[in-house]
Design a protein around this ligand. Structure first.
Ligand code: SAM
Length: 269
């Protein structure tokens, strides 16, 4: 059966369109999102409304950001949704989420994300983290494993450190390809990201942390000393109490932040 016949819409590859069709999975995701009127509810990429409909059912208003004009048109004329939705047609990567902030309300953001934009979109959303209560995203399972990895494991990397710097990260459920139309080539999983109200390890300069992580993980098999030799000396590692002969994946988020703060202080001095 073609996607068109099945869904009444031809899934567009370039927009990463894999529509959720498994009602059990949909119910579990909606349960995890736990929609309510006390938060500004925001969905990225509502598509054919698999999550939009059940979420909107229990609340008064839902804001959605969708890139595909045809899908936006469908939502605008949807018999039950059209009165509840605030629709923004455009690229979520360029969307200014500040415009959705309402006095006294935090946002709950969710979406079954196109896999090609999921990482940059999360980083874009981290910029608005102080206004976000939580986020639930369907991602490639491999990305969920990286986001939630512990130090010392293969999946632990730059993405892990940056995500866990901003958020508490919890995998919610795994979703096989058969739950989508068309089925994606890889396994998927849902993640919950809860931005810290008070960061456990505050960083003086997040750009520096990002730069440090990118440099540290550039060559995973080499030591910290080797990868970071342009940035930190043996004396610096000594002052930080960090063993420079360790590999980048053995270093905790707290230690990365300590290194970034040390660098920031050195640059200021
Ligand atoms: N939420 C629907 C579901 O679960 O069935 C659709 C999910 S589909 C994986 C991704 C959706 O994001 C599509 O509707 C696609 O058109 C939309 N999309 C793709 N790129 C986007 C972008 N940059 N900004 C906003 N929406 C985008």
């Amino acid at each position: 059966m073609s996607n068109k016949v099945h869904l009444g819409h031809t899934a567009r590859k370039r927009f990463g369109q894999n529509f959720l069709t498994d009602s059990n999975v949909i119910n579990r995701i909606v349960g995890a999102i736990s929609p309510d009127n006390d938060h500004v509810m925001v969905e990225i990429g509502p598509g054919l409304a698999a999550l939009t409909e059940p979420v909107a059912e229990s609340i008064d208003k839902l804001t959605v950001v969708e890139l595909d004009k045809d899908l936006v048109e469908r939502l605008q004329t949807h018999p039950f949704l059209k009165d509840k939705l605030e629709i923004h047609q455009g690229d979520a990567l360029k969307f200014d989420f500040m415009q959705l902030v309402e006095e006294g309300k935090q946002m709950k953001v969710f979406g079954n994300l196109p896999y090609n934009i999921s990482t940059p979109l999360m980083f874009h959303l981290f910029e608005f983290a102080e206004h976000i209560e939580n986020m639930h995203f369907m991602l490639q399972k491999e990305v969920v494993l990286r986001l939630s990895a512990a130090p010392g494991t293969k999946a632990y990397g730059r993405l892990t450190v940056m995500a866990q710097y901003f958020c508490q990260v919890m995998p919610v459920l795994e979703v096989p390809p058969g739950c989508f139309t068309p089925p994606p080539k890889v396994d998927s999983a849902v993640i919950r990201l809860v931005p810290y109200k008070e960061k456990p390890y505050p960083c003086k300069d997040v750009d520096l942390l990002r730069h440090l992580c990118t440099t540290a993980f550039n060559m995973r098999r080499k030591t910290l000393r080797n990868n970071l030799k342009q940035l930190l000396s043996d004396d610096d590692f000594g002052a930080l109490g960090i063993d420079a002969s360790m590999r980048p994946e053995q270093i905790t988020v707290q230690q990365y932040v300590a290194m970034a703060n040390h660098l920031a202080d050195k640059r200021q001095a």
